[in-house]
Design a protein around this ligand. Structure first.
Ligand SMILES: NC(=O)c1ccc[n+]([C@@H]2O[C@H](COP(=O)([O-])OP(=O)(O)OC[C@H]3O[C@@H](n4cnc5c(N)ncnc54)[C@H](O)[C@@H]3O)[C@@H](O)[C@H]2O)c1
Length: 264
């Protein structure tokens, strides 16, 4: 239970499903965790659930941060620098789904918003942590992409575009930062039980969200959604020294979805 002992971890979207699961796991593994999210109420709820982890070896702080704001991200990273003078792990995880609608009807403002959070927000986060990671000659940057960073679904082109963009960003950054001992990788979750998916179920089939979830789950080779903790465990591997030779790579946790061809 000390795979991240003495490491400092910065997590964005840390008050949501996957981000909070990662924060809890990293805390239990001994890290000092800085939890950034734009939603102050959710952050307070997250604080309460982190405080319940009495057996945890690490420590945590919450910092309200909107990843679309260069100023807020840089202020948060400066705060971490003053407090710890290092960042070993950056989990750039904040994301929004956008809407599900035909491309020609998709509001341009919403497209821009999805890009600002899912793509530009990750780039800004990475840009902000690099100087400190270079100074300490090491670090692990983990981006939360999606199976939609490798394949597409109709009606969600903005989200798909933003998550594909992370693959290129991750590869370019990995090459640029390898000589400094900084590793950069992307994870690609399938369907995960989180508030984001719950909101999607309600938005797409308001009358029968559970039925909709069950029909999606039945299309997954493993027959179920992931728990957020199962995604956090992949993040833990990439955050820890156990992945010391992995950089510039995509890591899937999708219950077999992308392995499948249509059946007939
Ligand atoms: N849930 C899934 O099935 C699934 C699958 C693949 C990928 N993902 C990705 O995983 C990541 C986490 O998703 P989740 O399912 O935990 O969603 P979630 O909605 O539970 O959590 C996302 C968190 O990000 C925060 N956030 C949104 N915009 C932000 C901003 N501008 N600045 C700071 N924080 C912001 C939200 O407040 C929320 O707490 C996202 O990038 C998502 O695209 C999720």
């Amino acid at each position: 239970m000390s795979r991240l002992l003495n490491k400092v971890a910065f997590i964005t979207g840390a008050a949501g499903g996957i981000g909070l699961a990662a924060a809890k796991l990293f805390l239990q593994e001994g890290a000092s965790v800085i939890m950034a999210d734009r939603d102050a109420d959710l952050l307070e709820d997250a604080r309460a659930s982190m405080e319940e982890l009495t057996s945890a070896e690490g420590s945590f702080n919450i910092v309200k941060t909107d990843v679309t704001s260069q100023q807020e991200i840089e202020q948060t990273v400066a705060h971490i620098q003053r407090k710890f003078n290092r960042i070993d792990i950056a989990v750039l995880n904040a994301g929004i789904p956008g809407a599900n609608m035909p491309l020609e009807d998709y509001p341009v403002e919403l497209f821009d918003q999805v890009m600002a959070v899912n793509m530009r927000g990750v780039w800004l986060g990475m840009r902000a942590v690099i100087p400190l990671m270079k100074q300490q000659q090491g670090g692990s940057i983990i981006m939360t992409s999606s199976i939609q960073g490798l394949s597409a679904l109709p009606g969600t082109t903005a989200y798909t575009t933003s998550k594909h963009a992370l693959v290129g960003m991750m590869k370019g950054a990995a090459l640029e930062l390898a000589e400094f001992g900084i590793r950069v990788n992307a994870i690609h979750p399938g369907y995960v039980e989180t508030p984001m998916m719950e909101a999607i179920h309600h938005a797409v089939v308001p009358d029968a969200p559970e039925k909709f979830q069950a029909s999606i789950a039945s299309s997954v080779p493993m027959g179920r959604y992931a728990k957020a903790d199962e995604i956090a465990r992949l993040m833990l591997f990439l955050a820890s020294d156990e992945s010391s030779y992995s950089t510039g790579s995509s890591f899937l946790a999708d219950g077999g979805i992308l392995a499948a061809l249509p059946t007939f």
